[in-house]
Write a protein that binds this ligand. Sequence first.
Ligand code: AVI
Length: 326
Amino acid sequence: MTTSLTPAAGELISEKVASAVRRGLASLPKRLPPWLFYDEAGSQLFEQITELPEYYLTRTERSILATHAGAMITRASEGERLRVVELGAGSADKTRLLLAAAAEWQRTVLYEPVDVSWSALEAARARIEREIPGIVVAPRLMDYTHGLELEQTDPGERRLVLYIGSSIGNFDPEDAALLLSRVRAGLKPGDSLLLGVDLVKEDSILLAAYDDEAGVTAAFNRNLLVRLNRELGADFDPDGFAHRAVWNAAESRIEMHLESLTQQQALLTELDLRVNFAAGERIHTENSYKYQPGQVEAALTEAGFAAAASWTDAQGWFAVCLGRAE
Ligand code: AVI
């Protein structure tokens, strides 16, 4: 992430944040990219979301992994040694299930978490090495959305890339396809990708997962404005915006928006920008795509993977699919 020093504030502001916000608030309808959610407070709120009763995604995927981790490792390795790569620095207990299954299959496992945040990588390294015997953590600092540049594996060794947690769902279909083919380009034939995706289900279940009773998702959404106030010297009133979660059936996605409750203006000092909001005007902050059964296998095939196996839960709410690089 590039940074510049603003003499006025005497603080580092990120050029990446500044340009995304300038572009997003100038567009119509207004939008802000979902990666902006994840400052320290936003990451903590997301952790709380994963434990909410309405947010079925995490516990459902965890139950699939708990039941099938051994089979997933067997299918990925096909009798060879495995190296495990994870896109994003370790989704804690879910990753642990797969690493523990890999460590049962081979005595030591090299685990390569890939992330843009050095602190997230260091935290993952400390946690995993402390908690799972036999795992050697080799953090890789890179933006995987631009592709994977990993060192060559040893002969007779295969890579298994984990992209779990429905993270692919936050990319529009074209960007998801591009990401999958970039991942494929960084792999050898025989390597594989384990992809966790959320599936289409009854609207009421989807909507509740993104608009929980306790208001944690609303706080997560509004925290974006708190972040802009702090990092860009803005004066948004977070309570002047309502959290809205919408099921867009035509696009097969949950959308999150922040809706201005009144006609109002915000000043973003660091950007030297004033932004007007009409009452009811929205900022589109996130898309979370939900797949139809079979659709993820098609996306894998399109990106150069053979769809090798899929696992789901008893209700068919979530799927974990293994694609083998051809
Ligand atoms: C990180 N990502 C998969 C979450 C999702 O479900 O799309 C982010 C999230 N947004 C609201 N709640 C959770």
